[in-house]
Design a protein around this ligand. Structure first.
Ligand SMILES: Cc1ncc(COP(=O)(O)O)c(C=O)c1O
Length: 413
């Protein structure tokens, strides 16, 4: 499918549909009329095959206890093959969301007080999953290199050693810096974690958004190849879901790939004690249809996203070169650098609370009071990243254009 078809046939107005992104602006930002580019879901209907499969399942009308069929595992395995790892059925575990699984894994594999490493700026529930369970979040900043961020391996190795890190939660592709890590970068990280016996949790929920020749690699596949070549390697758990890719977040479905027998057994024992329910039948139905038939629709959505990114970059260069948009190798959530517009090191007022998080008041003044936008602010993702905002490009190009127009006007007027 092409971008035009997606925009014309799949864009849907979501205001008034109990959408978090569109309908809780008053609660989250204190203003009901902002243009929302925050929550990471899409303003597009999911692919037609998913709707068809759901309708068929709903029409059947009986929703008794169900299993996940073998056909699901086949479809998911075949989809994952493109990232260099085809998970067999017995290594897969389910949850109602990746964040839910992160909380479980923190509790399951670490003790209160243990150190868990994250590469900041990063999706803030990582830090919350660690800290809300009484563990210590060891934050190592990614390093800015031109219009992208790179990993500071020395800082990682130092932090792992000094803080006796037990586990790391990585984001690959990385939200919010938009990086798709290369095989070399993943290898370097794996070697550091192997030397120090750190369990690697890799959140690959954005795996299907990789652009312009940036190849996405599943951590497990890279690890297995290095292990087969004789290298000592760490244990790895990779997480993913069809929710970002196919706009299915509210169905509550995600997957963990646990290839290593040791952690898998520990996890299974832990879960036995919780008495959690099985997988939602509609979610599993939607996921299988998406993985089986969704590729063509997804190509169209990706064209819209990368088109939106190019438009922003072009317009900012022409109309407001002080504002920089970082590269978008992956995800649909680019970081925008406003540090040359707002002096975040010397705020004129104390921070304000937005969506439950402390936010630089001068940034909030510019972005939400003057430009009328609801976005995620840089410091939510890492303490040293005030002055950045994160945008959501999985929407109509007119909305993106309107956001740029408002921002440019707020800065230049
Ligand atoms: C990196 C990352 N992990 C997890 C999630 C949320 O996943 P879930 O809705 O399955 O909990 C998001 C949503 O933005 C995300 O960006």
């Amino acid at each position: 499918m092409d971008a035009e078809t997606i925009v014309k046939e799949y864009y849907v107005a979501r205001k008034g549909t109990n959408s978090i992104k569109w309908d809780i602006l008053e609660e989250a930002y204190g203003k009901p009329d902002l243009l929302p580019l925050w929550v990471a879901d899409m303003d597009f209907q999911t692919c037609p095959a998913v709707l068809q499969a759901l309708r068929k399942r709903v029409d059947h009308g009986a929703f008794g206890y169900s299993v996940v069929p073998d056909s699901f595992y086949e479809a998911f395995g075949a989809w994952e093959r493109q990232y260099g790892y085809e998970p067999p059925k017995d290594v897969i575990r389910f949850s109602a969301g990746v964040v839910t699984m992160l909380y479980r894994l923190v509790r399951c594999f670490t003790e209160p007080g243990d150190s868990v490493l994250i590469l900041t700026p990063v999706y803030y529930p990582f830090r919350k999953a660690i800290e809300e369970n009484g563990r210590a979040a060891v934050q190592v900043d990614l390093r800015e290199e031109g219009s992208r961020f790179v990993i500071d391996y020395e800082a990682v190795e130092r932090a792992v050693a000094e803080r006796q890190v037990k586990m790391t939660i990585l984001c690959s592709p990385h939200n919010p810096v938009g990086r798709v890590f290369t095989e070399e970068e993943l290898t370097e990280l794996l070697r550091i974690f192997a030397r120090r016996g750190v369990l690697v949790i890799s959140d690959e929920i954005h795996q299907d958004f990789h652009f312009d020749g940036h190849t996405q690699h599943c951590f497990v596949g890279v690890r297995d190849r290095l292990r087969e070549a004789g290298e000592r390697m760490p244990e790895v758990i990779a997480l993913t879901a069809p929710s970002k890719t196919f706009n299915l977040a509210a169905l509550g479905f995600s997957l963990a790939m646990m290839p290593d027998e040791g952690p898998r057994a520990v996890y299974d024992t832990y879960m036995k004690a919780l008495g959690e329910p099985g997988v939602d039948v509609l979610a599993a139905t939607a996921a299988e249809a998406a993985y089986r038939h969704g590729a063509e629709w997804l190509e169209g959505v990706k064209s819209v996203i990368i088109g939106n990114h190019r438009r922003i970059r072009k317009r900012l260069a022409a109309e407001c070169p002080k504002v920089r948009i970082m590269d978008l190798e992956g995800t649909y959530l680019p970081f925008l650098d406003l540090r040359s517009v707002v002096d975040v090191a010397h705020p004129s007022k104390p921070p304000v609370r937005i969506a439950g998080s402390e936010t630089n008041a001068d940034m909030a003044d510019l972005v939400q009071n003057r430009a009328g936008l609801a976005v995620d602010y840089g410091e939510w993702f890492g303490r040293n990243f005030a002055g950045f905002i994160r945008l959501n490009l999985a929407t109509h190009p007119d909305i993106v254009d309107e956001a740029v127009t408002r921002l440019v006007k707020a800065i230049c007027d």
